[in-house]
Ligand binder design. Structure first.
Ligand SMILES: NC(=O)c1ccc[n+]([C@@H]2O[C@H](COP(=O)([O-])OP(=O)(O)OC[C@H]3O[C@@H](n4cnc5c(N)ncnc54)[C@H](OP(=O)(O)O)[C@@H]3O)[C@@H](O)[C@H]2O)c1
Length: 327
């Protein structure tokens, strides 16, 4: 391969899933003024990556075809744009890519979306953090008002799909706050979710699990909802009088329910979350991993040459933790 080319994964139209991913050789991108060029050591897959392929962000993303997907990357900086102030060649980093590009040997990231990665945090752990970790962090702090330093009032939290990419972080972060955590997951992940700190765990395929009933009879002040397909009527009887459901996967029905609750002045609230990838929050998560207060759970690692397996696994919806691709 020419030294100016890199291996990457691309798709050229909406739809098609893993079968539509192509292995290509394309020019290594050049960082603009405020960008860094990263030699990718690990990339994390998120459901948003294949939802973009399905057309969820049309017409904004992809901005054009062919498109290299991938939002979360960790690696080493090998070139910096002329306006970059805080990074230099050789720095180990983790970044959130606003316009894809992660499933490749090299990727450009905005300096403002790039965070230093200390030596204690591996590339795989770092690549597992951004979108899922930031979604969990924002849901708990900004949307639900939980103070992760434990200085707030004790609250009872339910976390759905606690074995998934977002849920595993939500459980661990919630336990840093002053919270009692009930979590749902499949039977095979109950021990794992307990080991992340959950106080009680429900198998979502049992009648009580499907009804979200706390084994100890608690009502939830906050629900961090990390999957789809659970209607408001299932949450409602389990909420305390001012309970909030924070929905990380808001669809049309969520937005309609939010409007109805506003109109009827309901005390029980439904709050949609759209992750705002704030640099300081990613720095906070990296620091927690460095201090061993947060441990990313890794479902599986796949070489770039088999990226379609990682893509198909994410679409399948049964990952335990994060799916990683390594160039
Ligand atoms: N709003 C935002 O900005 C934002 C950011 C990140 C993610 N998200 C969204 O959040 C959702 C979760 O993302 P993710 O990365 O955590 O997904 P994920 O890793 O693919 O979730 C898979 C896990 O969910 C479990 N699960 C599925 N249905 C469940 C149910 N009804 N009850 C309990 N567990 C269930 C599965 O367990 P089994 O294998 O046992 O079935 C599996 O372990 C996605 O829809 C994603 O698009 C939104």
């Amino acid at each position: 391969m020419s030294k100016d080319l890199m291996r990457a994964i691309q798709y050229s139209k909406y739809g098609g899933g893993a079968a539509a991913l192509k292995h290509v050789e394309v020019p290594i991108p050049t960082p603009k003024k405020d960008e860094v060029l990263i030699k990718v050591e690990a990339a994390g897959i998120n459901p948003i990556d294949w939802k973009i392929q399905k057309g969820i962000a049309r017409p904004f993303l992809p901005r054009k075809f062919p498109f290299i997907p991938g939002t979360d990357v960790a690696g080493e900086i090998i070139k910096v744009g002329p306006g970059v102030k805080n990074f230099k060649v050789g720095d180990k980093v983790v970044a959130v890519l606003g316009n894809g590009g992660g499933l490749a040997e090299f990727a450009v990231a905005k300096e403002g979306s790039t965070v230093a990665r200390p030596s204690e945090v591996s590339a795989v752990e770092a690549a597992a953090l951004p979108i899922a970790g930031l979604a969990a962090h924002q849901s708990l702090t900004k949307a639900a008002g939980v103070k992760l330093d434990g200085s707030g009032q004790q609250v009872n939290i339910l976390i759905t799909a606690a074995s998934g990419g977002v849920g595993q972080y939500a459980v661990q972060l919630a336990k840093l706050g002053n919270t009692h955590v009930t979590a749902t997951c499949g039977a095979r992940n109950i021990d794992l979710v307990k080991s992340l700190g959950a106080d009680e765990v429900l198998d979502y395929k049992t009648p009580d699990g499907a009804a979200l009933k706390s084994p100890s009879g608690l009502k939830y002040d906050v629900v961090i909802h990390c999957t789809t397909g659970i209607p408001w009527s299932t949450f409602e009887p389990n909420l305390s009088s001012n309970g909030k459901v924070v929905d990380t996967t808001p669809g049309v029905s969520t937005l309609m329910s939010v409007a109805v609750k506003k109109l009827t002045c309901s005390k029980k609230q439904l709050i949609p979350v759209f992750t705002d990838p704030k640099k300081e929050n990613l720095e906070y998560l990296v620091k927690l991993v460095q201090e061993e207060k947060l441990k990313p759970v890794i479902d599986s690692k796949h070489p770039l040459s088999k990226a379609e397996d990682a893509w198909a696994k994410s679409i399948d919806g049964h990952a335990t933790g994060k799916i990683i691709v390594e160039p």
